[in-house]
Ligand binder design. Structure first.
Ligand code: PXP
Length: 249
């Protein structure tokens, strides 16, 4: 029996629809509870500095009400670390953040920034929070993540998701495969995410090292037509099938 994969559902874009009108619906908490009914093993939210979608109060309400675990994505700042230590989510995923970006563009630069990141990570860990770093599947960054005290790395799957053509896709997949194996050999738990859809998730879910995939935009988009619970269930089934069948290479 192969190890099951966990699906973390990111509900940021439920809040995006709400913020577009400045009203109080749809509620990302309702999205989170429906995702749990669909089999989500965790709920992810990104509290951005510009508060463009998720608000502080959303994090508190989701933390209080979900039955699974909360993964809080945030920038590496003293203010965010203080907020996380107050809320105490199960996991924090540290991400890079630029105000002008549409979504998180690249992985966190860890190598060379160990002295800035290590004390922030230590504070989070002292508060009982698992710390994940969202990084490119690059050996140098993975080694730095292990050195700086992270217990988890979330490998950025964006380059794979954006690759077009069989050769480019296979090449990005090979990078992720090597990265996942290297991270596991460093004693790190390996997660993945960004840009994953029903059409491209299978080869990533089939990577045996992957413990959890964090998926948001494509699930929320699909939920417009089938609802959040069904959209979550579909994605989970696609991940499970891929895990059972194994890699296609
Ligand atoms: N993982 C991380 C660290 C992210 O920043 C995001 C986007 O917020 C995701 C996963 C989910 O990406 P997507 O919305 O493209 O599924």
């Amino acid at each position: 029996m192969k190890r099951a994969i966990r699906l973390g559902v990111n509900v940021d874009h439920v809040a995006t629809v709400r913020q577009a009108r400045g009203v109080d619906y749809p509620d990302p908490l309702e999205g989170a509870l429906a995702a749990e009914r669909g089999g989500a093993g965790g709920i992810t939210v990104h509290l951005r500095e510009d508060r463009r979608h998720i608000q502080d109060d959303d994090v508190l309400r989701i933390r209080a009400r979900i039955a699974t675990k909360l993964n809080l994505e945030m920038a590496a700042t003293e203010t965010m670390v203080a907020f996380a230590c107050k809320v105490r989510p199960a996991d924090v995923c540290v991400v890079p953040e630029k105000r002008e970006e549409l979504t998180t563009e690249g992985g966190l630069a860890v190598a060379g920034r160990e002295r800035v990141l290590a004390p922030l990570i230590a504070k989070l860990r002292d508060a009982g929070i698992n710390v994940s770093l969202f990084i490119e599947p690059d050996e140098r960054e993975i080694d730095a993540a292990a050195r700086v005290g992270a217990t988890v790395v979330e490998l950025h799957t964006g380059a794979y998701a954006n690759a077009r053509g069989d050769v480019a896709v296979a090449s990005e997949l090979a990078v992720l495969r090597r990265g996942a194996a290297h991270a596991e050999s460093c004693g790190l738990i390996v997660n993945g995410g960004h840009g994953l859809t029903l059409a491209n998730v299978a080869p990533i879910a089939a990577l045996a090292e992957m413990e959890e995939l964090n998926i948001g935009h494509s699930i929320v988009a699909r939920a417009l037509f089938v609802g959040m619970e069904a959209a979550t269930r579909e994605m989970l089934e696609a991940c499970r099938r891929a895990r059972e069948t194994g890699p296609a290479w």
